[in-house]
Design a protein around this ligand. Structure first.
Ligand SMILES: *[C@@H]1O[C@H](CO)[C@@H](O)[C@H](O)[C@H]1NC(C)=O
Ligand SMILES: *[C@@H]1O[C@H](CO)[C@@H](O)[C@H](O)[C@H]1NC(C)=O
Ligand SMILES: *[C@@H]1O[C@H](CO)[C@@H](O)[C@H](O)[C@H]1NC(C)=O
Ligand SMILES: *[C@@H]1O[C@H](CO)[C@@H](O)[C@H](O)[C@H]1NC(C)=O
Ligand SMILES: [Zn+2]
Length: 438
């Protein structure tokens, strides 16, 4: 358990000193991502009329903005909040346009580079591994996460088994942890994935947190013990491994996979639009340069195909599919691709309602919940809809903190509260499905 524990008080005194030294030793390293986001802004806009929405779509296209919310320009519409990341050389043009047209806006971030450097400190400046054990309150690189998985596989073989379900486009292993007490009896299972979208770093941090909590509280917490005794959890901490790696090394705001296209220079497919369920319809793009590109065909991405194969093979005993995204503070269930109510709606709805209440009980953070189509936006080809259509009765997608103040740059300070409250929601859903629902 040494590896999991982290007596904070001991470390607290040590850390500042340690940071100070590293700052002195690496003065030139303070410009993350070669300062490519210096002067970039993040702006929130709410078009009040169809005309305004139309005008915004046009200028977004012209200026090649990086849309944070919603995920595609086609989803920009009257009354919906849009958060855009505008590169420094386009911000003057956008602001002039907004003043001219009188469209309401609010600058969320004046200088994205500064926010980025403040919120998540440099890899060299922080304690990647705390003095004793592992630090779950920083974001970890892919390599660190994979090393952590290997380590747990060795040290906690009674509850954890690590295996690979395939290889990514760039040849990285797609690792999954099977968590739960091994038993001869038939056990139902829950699938959890994090990091389908590369830039949503809080996702993988939550997956790690979940595993840590499970191992730490298995003996002391009756709920956790029940969960691990009666169920297996298949946990994939980083779904989109290539994209996640790229978001550490090159582009912090990369979303898609990293596959190449035969006809365009743009790379990557939206791994949450690539599933064979109303594939490439509303809310997905056919254009390889778009952030919601559905890919050349369903399951074209090796990462998607590997997970789909695994779920197909194990669907008889997988009772729930949970996918972790950011940001919006929402708990979503099917359908994503159409406005319609799922069969057995009341079971899923009450599970979501209770989970959100449990989450809110910790710090008062409010989540909206409901069908993804009407709560967030319509999107086709999503993993959640696919899992549901393939017979997994409880499928949910979490959109974790926050609602745009930090967006994808949720500071490391907020990892602990975010994961703590989310843990309660996940436990609540899990207990719900252990009981019979009419
Ligand atoms: C801003 O710079 C990028 C990269 O240098 C360029 O591709 C883009 O066209 C520029 N945008 C504007 C509005 O000048
Ligand atoms: C996890 O541990 C088991 C048993 O110790 C081993 O057989 C397996 O290869 C390990 N998994 C990985 C991915 O290394
Ligand atoms: C609804 O739930 C009942 C009881 O769990 C189950 O037998 C039935 O197959 C479900 N129907 C659908 C359409 O999922
Ligand atoms: C789930 O959440 C509801 C609402 O907060 C609460 O009443 C219930 O006790 C929770 N159940 C579990 C098992 O945590
Ligand atoms: Zn996402």
């Amino acid at each position: 358990m040494e590896f999991l524990g982290k007596p904070r008080s001991q470390r607290a005194a040590f850390l500042p000193l340690c940071l100070l030294f590293l700052k002195i030793l690496h003065p030139g390293h303070s410009h993350l991502y070669s300062s490519r986001y210096a002067g970039d802004k993040v702006i929130r806009l709410i078009p009040n009329t169809e005309e305004e929405a139309y005008a915004l779509k046009k200028i977004y296209q012209q200026l090649k903005v990086d849309l944070w919310q919603p995920s595609s320009i086609s989803q920009v519409s009257e009354g919906t909040v849009t958060d855009v990341h505008i590169p420094h050389n386009g911000s003057r043009a956008l602001l002039a346009f907004l003043q001219e047209t009188n469209i309401h806006y609010k600058i969320l971030m004046e200088d994205l580079q500064k926010v980025l450097e403040k919120g998540s400190s440099l890899p060299t400046q922080r304690s990647r591994r705390s003095v004793s054990g592992y630090n779950y309150e920083v974001y970890h690189s892919l390599e660190e996460i994979q090393n952590w998985m290997h380590h747990l596989n060795k040290t906690h073989s009674g509850l954890i088994h690590m295996f690979s379900i395939g290889k990514s486009y760039e040849g990285r292993s797609l690792f999954v942890l099977k968590l739960g007490r091994r038993s001869r009896a038939y056990k139902r299972a829950v699938w959890i994935d994090c990091g389908i979208h590369a830039r949503e770093w809080i996702g993988p941090a939550f997956c790690q947190w979940f595993v840590k909590e499970a191992l730490l509280t298995y003996r002391s917490d009756p709920t956790m013990r029940k969960m691990l005794n009666h169920l297996y959890f298949y946990i994939m901490p980083v779904f989109n491994v290539d994209g996640y790696h790229f978001s550490w090394t090159n582009d912090r705001f990369w979303r898609k996979t990293r596959s190449r296209n035969s006809r365009f220079r743009c790379r990557g497919v939206d791994a949450n639009r690539n599933w064979r369920v109303k594939w490439c319809d509303e809310g997905a793009s056919m254009h390889p340069c778009d952030d919601t590109y559905c890919g050349p065909f369903p399951e074209s991405e090796p990462e998607v195909k590997a997970v789909a194969n695994f779920l197909r093979k194990h669907k008889k005993h997988i009772r729930a599919y949970l996918s972790f995204h950011a940001y919006a503070q929402m708990l979503l269930y099917p359908y994503s691709y159409k406005y319609a109510t799922i069969p057995n709606f009341s079971c899923v709805e009450s599970a979501a309602h209770k989970a959100v209440k449990a989450l809110q009980s910790v710090y008062g953070i409010q989540y909206r919940y409901g069908p993804a189509s009407s709560t967030l936006y319509v999107s086709s080809g999503s993993s959640m809809d696919w899992a549901y259509k393939n017979g997994i009765p409880y499928t949910f997608a979490f959109e974790l903190r926050d609602t745009g103040h930090f967006g994808f740059l949720l500071p490391e300070m907020l990892i602990k509260p975010t994961c703590t409250e989310t843990m309660l929601a996940v436990k609540n859903i899990t207990m719900h499905l252990l009981r019979k629902c009419p």
